[in-house]
Ligand binder design. Structure first.
Ligand code: B3K
Ligand code: ZN
Length: 866
């Protein structure tokens, strides 16, 4: 497989003005008739240009004609990716009939069957599995789609846009015709056919148009659609208020499907969602999952403008729509819930997983320069770091100019396929700022380091901060140039007052800023709200961190001060552990924690975040060489020590946060549940039976999944092994008919670090509810073990690595996208000690040599071994 380069981009030689599709869906096969109005692209200056249509090798070509003349084999050429017609008029009608087999489509790309229903996933390059077409985002066409299927089995027939016609065909079949007036690239095409229940509502836009809202799902899940509907309406209103963006069709649909490679997909007017991102009810869904539904529903809705009305010129520009849309959904969630908590969660993900990606063999810039398989670039870098880049623009310009910039961007590019440069240009135009250097965030990969030092001149009252920035080499990029980064800061006095605050703009590799007229040496609060996606270091003393933890007006930095303190301690404990020295937690830390636990004036969600120890994955990311055992043992030691030292306080916090009122899902109730369940975890870690009884009682009496699942996971992962098994059996009996709940049951077990993890995981795969064709099940078992169970996966005998490689080899053909995603933990081999490196590399080699690799797996494996 050969890479494709951004620098080779060429405008398309032909445009499609109109696309008329007719699908005849049947049990054995599907016939697709596509009628395209094609014309030469006036913007293309190449004189001799063949018409190039993408087509996957699985598509059978039945008939191809131009202006009614059937083409013979001599008139075109076809390989396993492209069909080329060398001689075509400058304007013509192309008709193409293809036969496809959705029933045997296990890749879940193109048209496939999920349980009994037909559905599609066309982003990025799935449309070419349906028919021959210029399957590239800069070819935008108006679509008219007729879906024909047996009425009894498939009463609901959906596609993009508005329904314009329906009726009966022969043999008990019926049809519906849909028209989407907005030109769109083929990746936004969608079709659904099935026997579905629907929740309906409506929304009146700011300009007074009424939009029909429909959420379709299996009839047994009809009672789990209210939260998604509420989230959708809130998102529609928020986008009007914050961005001035209204919805544009008469109908907005969401369909929940069980078999889905990703979270959801923003097809125009017909959003297809993984059930895990749309279904929610208090009984079956945790608070975290409720928030995810809210965020994903909003994300897909926001794409209607940032993605659909204005789309990407080519797939290298993916972050144009994804980074911006993640920024939009993250601000929406911040406005709907707690802004600080949302920021903490986003940054934790970025620092743990995106920074690790930056440090691995697949590191790439937010706008990649090349790829072998675009599916491999739906990454944390494109999404989350891309969001941070947009956030930095927001910080640099301020809210008002940023909004002017997005207005200009949408107005200037409505109906176009554009680039990240176009986005930044709109920001530059409204602000008059030169953003040339800023654009390095799009082209340079890697996580920048910023080292800060300071000095204080008592006699003049001058304080000086000096910043040094650098960025490590990444594949294909040895040397980096300095970034333009906003550093939000505050200067805090000994009494806790803020002496100064603002945003510093760092542009040089070394730069100093002076602050005059200060009465005392301040404690600097740096990178407030994580104003740039960097690793910032400053030689904080514990006393300074404690001061920030108490007084910083920036909630994020209060949390981060606590993190810096615990991370520092845990890193030194790891050194002690390796030297077989006795481990100890300083009294001062225990006292601080006690103070936080007892302070009823604090937001319980904040306290829970402050008192949750950094994850093993985050500690691993920070390490030069990852010692899985030391990280796990030190973390366990910390948990047990803090559990025993503060037993009364945990118990008091648990009591305070347990309310007798019936369940509600508001932010305050979620906050109480998070601190309550954190406390329960620490109480169990004392090993005392009384807390097991408390956990079991919570498990048995909970009226919501957050409390029941927390109790289950905590007991299963605790030393109370028999109790864990008992609860697992009860939970299974109670929830075996709820697929999403059972996914949690699988993943709690797969991520259980106790000895014997691999055997348990292998047993889970034999469970009747496990289905290797279903990505959610693979994530719950295989990914939960390989990515969330470091101790089990990195077992010294290499059995975890071999287990994953076996799966990759099996899934490579069946579902290449999932196979390549699951591979991630093996690609990180360079970060581990030598013995582990050899074993991991050996398994990657075995995958490489297993033959006949998909582009997806080939790209990740070959880059990992390079
Ligand atoms: N745009 C889709 C991603 C589709 C990925 C296909 N391989 C989801 C989203 O970001 O909204
Ligand atoms: Zn998206």
């Amino acid at each position: 497989p050969q890479p494709i380069y951004l620098k080779d981009y060429q405008v398309p030689a032909y445009l499609i003005e109109h696309t008329d599709l007719r699908f005849e869906l049947a049990e054995e096969e599907t016939l697709v008739r596509a009628t395209l109005q094609v014309r030469r692209n006036p913007a293309c200056t190449r004189t001799k240009a063949a018409l190039e249509l993408h087509g996957h090798e699985s598509v059978e070509l039945c008939r191809l004609s131009i202006d009614g003349e059937i083409l013979s084999e001599r008139d075109f050429s076809r390989d396993d990716e492209l069909l080329c017609i060398p001689a075509v008029p400058s304007r013509f009608t192309l008709e193409c009939v293809t036969r496809i087999h959705p029933q045997s489509n296990t890749a879940l790309e193109g048209l496939y069957k999920s349980d009994g229903m037909f559905c599609t996933q066309c982003e990025a390059e799935g449309f070419r599995r349906i028919t021959f077409y210029p399957d590239r985002p800069d070819v935008m066409s108006v679509f008219r789609t007729t879906v024909v299927a047996e009425r009894a089995r498939y009463p609901v027939l959906l596609s993009n846009g508005n329904p314009v016609e329906s009726g009966d065909e022969d043999d008990g079949r019926h049809f519906v015709t849909w028209e989407d007036p907005f030109p769109k690239p083929a990746y936004l095409f969608a079709l659904v056919a099935g026997d579905l229940a629907v929740l309906e509502d409506s929304y009146t836009t700011a300009s007074g148009r009424s939009v029909k809202l429909q959420i379709f799902a299996d009839s047994k899940d009809l009672d789990k659609l209210d939260h998604a509907m509420l989230s959708l309406k809130r998102a529609m209103q928020w986008d009007e208020q914050v961005y001035g963006r209204e919805y544009d069709l008469d109908i907005y649909m969401i369909v929940a499907v069980d078999f889905f490679n990703m979270g959801a997909m923003e097809n125009k007017g017909l959003n297809i969602f993984n059930t895990s991102c749309v279904l929610a009810s208090p009984r079956t869904t945790t608070d975290a999952a409720f928030q995810r539904v809210e965020g994903v529903v909003a994300h897909e809705y926001f794409h209607n403008w940032s993605g659909n009305r204005v789309t990407c010129r080519d797939w290298f520009q993916l972050s144009l729509k994804e980074g911006f849309t993640v920024f939009r959904d993250s601000e929406f969630s911040a406005d709907m819930n707690s802004r600080t908590v949302k920021r903490i969660e986003d940054v934790a993900l970025l620092r743990t997983a995106q920074f690790a990606e930056d440090a691995g063999p697949m590191a790439h810039p937010v706008r990649p320069e090349s790829f072998i398989e675009i599916s491999n670039f739906y990454t944390l870098t494109v999404y989350e770091k891309g969001c941070e880049v947009v956030r930095m623009l927001h910080t640099l310009l301020g809210a008002e100019l940023f909004r002017k910039g997005t207005d200009l961007y949408f107005e200037r590019h409505d109906g176009q396929a554009v680039t990240t440069d176009d986005f930044v240009q709109a920001m530059a135009d409204v602000s008059g700022r030169d953003l040339t250097q800023f654009k390095r965030w799009y082209s340079q990969a890697g996580t920048p380091r910023v080292e800060v030092s300071d000095s204080w001149d008592e006699s003049t009252g001058q304080y000086r901060l000096t910043f040094r920035q650098s960025c490590p080499a990444t594949p294909g990029q040895d040397k980096k140039l300095p970034f333009h980064m906003p550093i939000a800061y505050g200067l805090i006095s000994a009494s806790g007052d803020e002496l100064d605050a603002g945003v510093l703009e760092l542009t040089d590799s070394e730069q100093s800023f002076t602050f005059d007229g200060l009465a005392e040496r301040p404690v600097p609060s740096l990178l407030r709200s994580f104003s740039a996606p960097v690793k910032l270091s400053y030689p904080y003393t514990d006393a300074q961190l404690m001061h920030l933890l108490r007084h910083d007006s920036d909630g994020f930095n209060r949390w981060d001060a606590g993190q810096r303190m615990t991370v520092g301690l845990m890193q030194s404990l790891m050194v002690d552990y390796r030297a077989s020295r006795e481990l100890a937690v300083p009294e001062s830390l225990i006292d601080t924690w006690r103070g936080l636990l007892l302070d009823e004036s604090l937001d319980p969600a904040m306290v829970a975040h402050l008192l949750r120890l950094p994850s093993e994955a985050y500690l691993a990311e920070l390490a030069d060489e990852i010692d899985v055992e030391a990280i796990h043992e030190v973390r366990e030691f910390m948990v047990t020590t803090l559990a025993r030292a503060l037993q009364d306080e945990w118990s008091e916090a648990y009591r305070r946060c347990s309310d007798d009122q019936a369940y509600t899902a508001d932010a305050a109730a979620c906050a109480r549940r998070s601190l309550k369940n954190l406390s329960l975890g620490y109480l169990l870690a004392t090993g005392e039976e009384v807390w097991l009884a408390l956990a079991e009682e919570q498990f048995n009496t909970a009226d919501n999944m957050t409390d029941q699942q927390a109790a289950l996971a905590l007991v299963v992962h605790s030393g109370f092994r028999h109790a864990g098994e008992r609860l697992l059996a009860e939970f299974q009996a109670q929830w075996q008919h709820e697929a999403l709940v059972m996914n949690q049951w699988f993943s709690i077990q797969a991520s259980d670090p106790w000895p014997g993890a691999l055997e348990r995981v292998q047993q889970l795969q034999e469970h009747p509810l496990f289905d290797a064709r279903n990505p959610n099940k693979l994530r719950s078992v295989v990914a939960a073990f390989c990515a969330q169970n470091a101790v089990g996966f990195h077992s010294a005998d290499g059995s975890g690595y071999a287990y994953l490689a076996d799966w990759i080899i099996q899934l490579n053909k069946q579902n290449p996208q999932i196979a390549s995603r699951l591979l991630t933990p093996l690609t990180r081999w360079r970060r581990y000690p030598e013995a582990a490196q050899g074993l991991m590399r050996g398994q990657l080699q075995r995958v490489l040599e297993s033959g006949d690799l998909s582009r997806d797996v080939y790209e990740v494996v070959s880059k990992s071994l390079a």
